[in-house]
Design a protein around this ligand. Structure first.
Ligand SMILES: C[S@@+](CC[C@H](N)C(=O)[O-])C[C@H]1O[C@@H](n2cnc3c(N)ncnc32)[C@H](O)[C@@H]1O
Length: 322
């Protein structure tokens, strides 16, 4: 497997994003992509096994049950790109079905080096598969994959796990349009979307009893300590999950338990936190099944099929580039 490493200015970008996020006026904020270093990717894997977090299992049930049907709908020669593959476990069901029909190139695109390594280990035993990972941001990686496309070949892009929900609705549409611009007519996008459910179920999913999601969130401060020489005292911050009814999302925050000052030398920053003030670290937007076809149309796709899990409201959507 060939892994193209993330550019050398990644450390500078991290410092600069931390600086701009923590000096924001009304609400301090850190981009959710930084949750996924080696520790964060391992913790996310654990989250996907928790009883409270039914999302990953719903996604997997759908792919397992409908993988062969999804593959049957794709005509001709297909190469597969997956944006934010994580461990790639669920992807096996689609790849095995496709590899039974044709030798297949699979290109996971990941910001997390350890997730890419996990993914390659997880899937390399599939017959007739060639895995080429790209340690890249989503669209930068997809551009490189598209450059590897063979003449007459179609791309199937996988964006699973409702990762689209990390974007707010306008940004999600811009992101889908960005994917569409890289694709050619007739290419495919398989999009996993978590559907709306009760607030209590959502709060449990994003604030589990064991505290794994809390550790996942707090690891972002630990990462800033490790990589930017900061002095966050982790016990002085608490993980909080909140429903945002207007945005139809669950938000994760890190709440400062007291007034405190934190030094982040590598970002040339000293930050003050008031007691009760939060850093917003992630949003997970939830969808109605009906809004996906219109999101698809608005971004240059057509929704060809949709499958919904019976146990945990979650939709797998097969979109075709118009
Ligand atoms: C919510 S996890 C989902 C993982 C997997 N697709 C699943 O469904 O279980 C999001 C994944 O996307 C990766 N990721 C986050 N932001 C990214 C970005 N901007 N570019 C590339 N990968 C990113 C993370 O490292 C993480 O593995």
């Amino acid at each position: 497997m060939l892994v193209h490493a993330i550019p050398a200015n990644a450390a500078y970008e991290f410092a600069s994003d931390v600086r701009s996020g923590l000096t924001r006026g009304r609400q301090k904020e850190l981009p959710s992509k930084y949750l996924y270093d080696d520790v964060g990717s391992a913790l996310f894997e654990v989250i996907s096994h928790l009883d409270e977090y039914g999302l990953t299992r719903a996604d997997e049930r759908l792919l397992r049950r409908h993988g062969p049907e999804i593959v049957d709908r794709l005509e001709g020669s297909i190469a597969v790109a997956e944006l934010g593959s994580g461990s790639g476990k669920k992807t096996r069901w689609v790849l095995e079905a496709l590899c039974r029909r044709q030798p297949t190139f699979y290109y996971p695109v990941e910001i997390s080096h350890s997730a890419l390594v996990m993914c390659e280990r997880e899937l390399r035993d599939i017959d007739s598969i060639a895995i080429v990972g790209f340690e890249r941001e989503y669209l930068d990686g997809l551009l490189e994959v598209a450059a590897h496309r063979k003449r007459g070949q179609h791309l199937l892009v996988l964006f699973l796990g409702s990762t689209i929900g990390n974007f707010d609705r306008p940004a999600g549409l811009r992101f889908l349009s960005g994917i569409r611009r890289i694709l050619e007519p007739g290419d495919w996008l398989l999009l996993g979307t978590d559907l709306e459910k009760s607030s209590s179920q959502l709060l449990r999913a994003y604030d589990d009893e064991l505290g794994v999601t809390a550790a996942f969130n707090l690891n972002l401060l630990a990462r800033i300590n490790r990589e930017l020489e900061a002095d966050f005292v982790l016990s002085q911050f608490a993980h909080v999950a909140r429903i945002n009814p207007e945005a139809r999302s669950v938000e994760m925050h890190l709440l400062s338990r007291r007034m405190q000052v934190v030094n982040i030398p590598a970002a040339e920053l000293v930050v003050e936190f008031a007691e009760g003030e939060t850093i917003w670290t992630e949003s997970s937007h939830k969808y109605s099944a009906e809004e996906i076809p219109s999101m698809a149309r608005a971004s240059g796709f057509f929704c060809e099929a949709q499958w919904i899990d019976a146990q945990w409201p979650f939709a797998e959507n097969l979109l075709r580039a118009a």
